[in-house]
Ligand binder design. Structure first.
Ligand code: AHM
Ligand code: MG
Length: 336
């Protein structure tokens, strides 16, 4: 068998990056490897979800008041398990859990990082064979090392993320992660069971023609958002259009597409959800970090997502995220 040595695995890539920093401890590489391992396990279950009794509601309701699907629980358990047993993470916060989990053992107490994640986003799409994903953000703890981490470690503004990423379980399975140095995408090669570098140095195009929003909520949006959506609909060749509307209902897939092709994703406030639907810590912050590193922007309509000081773990936020020129257009039309 020919081994294609031009292909870098996720591990090889993170180790190669380490070489530029002789004092780096390798803890972040370890953490990313742990998350990659959990993702591979989730991927196996997602792929066979139609075959086994893992579809459907687990009969519980999560802290957000939504039905919990069995795969959500499986994904959550995998992530908590690998991070607890790894050497790099002092504790986690999960969209599926009421409170943070502080590992509080000797190795974990000496670990540098805490991790916040949405184990399986887009859960409404699990049963219908549509892409879903895992989202994560990694922070350096601010509490003293050597002791158990603290709640404040998890309530840092998104700007303090050291790395953030997502895994999309789609037509292929991809892990994309960002550090301040750049955004890179790795596609799972099922023949060797490894994530391999397929999308080096991802840049979000400055211009885009895709807008992604739940049109069903149109009449629930503030007037300035309705105005912008109408501008998108009326675009034609004479003014940079036509625009295309694409919305799967899985943020990971929707933002991933716009990141690669150029576009704008919105989850505005609605009459029923004036604070928006998406969670600041598990969904908005990781994507805001990734998209900003790739050259795009992300706001809640008033301020930069990454500068919001979180006050509670499960807080929600409106989200506008994507290509810079579309963001500017939104702000101009919407009079933000
Ligand atoms: P979830 O975490 O319960 O899956 O909800 C988040 C998802 C996002 O992936 C997606 O963008 C959004 O909810 C879709 O919501 P809606 O159906 O209201 O448009
Ligand atoms: Mg979710």
């Amino acid at each position: 068998m020919n081994v294609n040595r031009k292909v870098l695995t996720l591990d090889e890539f993170t180790i190669q990056q380490l070489r530029d920093f002789p004092h780096a401890t390798g803890e972040l590489s370890n953490l990313l490897r742990d998350i990659g391992l959990a993702a591979k396990r989730v991927n196996v279950e997602v792929n066979k979800a139609g075959l086994v009794d893992i579809l459907g509601d687990a009969g519980a309701v999560n802290v957000q008041g939504e039905d919990v699907k069995k795969l959500d629980i499986f994904a959550n358990n995998q992530l908590v398990g690998v991070l607890r047993h790894g050497i790099s993470c002092a504790g986690i916060g999960s969209e599926e859990l009421d409170d943070v989990v502080i590992f509080d053992d000797e190795v974990s107490n000496n670990s540098k990082y805490v991790c916040l994640f949405d184990p399986l986003d887009g859960s409404g799409n699990i049963d219908v064979n549509v892409s879903i994903g895992t989202i994560f953000g990694i922070y350096r703890r601010i509490s003293e090392r050597g002791k158990a981490c603290e709640r404040a470690d998890f309530l840092q503004p998104g700007i303090r993320q050291i790395a953030a990423g997502y895994v999309v379980y789609g037509s292929s399975t991809m892990m994309v992660y960002a550090t301040r140095r750049g955004v890179n995408g790795f596609t799972l090669d099922p023949s060797i069971g490894e994530f391999t570098l397929s999308h080096p140095n991802i840049r979000c195009p400055e211009n885009g023609k895709i807008y992604s929003v739940n049109h069903g909520n149109f009449f629930q949006y503030p007037e300035n958002i309705q105005r912008y959506i109408e501008v998108c609909q009326k675009k034609d060749k004479t003014n940079g259009g036509p625009y295309t509307q694409r919305y799967i209902g899985s943020m990971v897939a929707d933002v991933h597409r716009n990141l690669i092709k150029g576009g704008l994703f919105m989850y505005p406030p609605t009459r029923d959800k004036p604070g928006g639907k998406l969670r600041l810590l598990y969904e908005c912050n990781p994507f805001a970090f990734i998209v900003e590193v790739a050259g795009g922007r992300a706001t809640d309509g008033k301020q930069r997502i990454l500068e919001i000081q979180p006050v509670e773990l499960h807080q929600r936020s409106p989200l506008f995220i994507g290509s810079t020129n579309m963001m500017t257009e939104l702000e101009t039309v919407g009079n933000f």
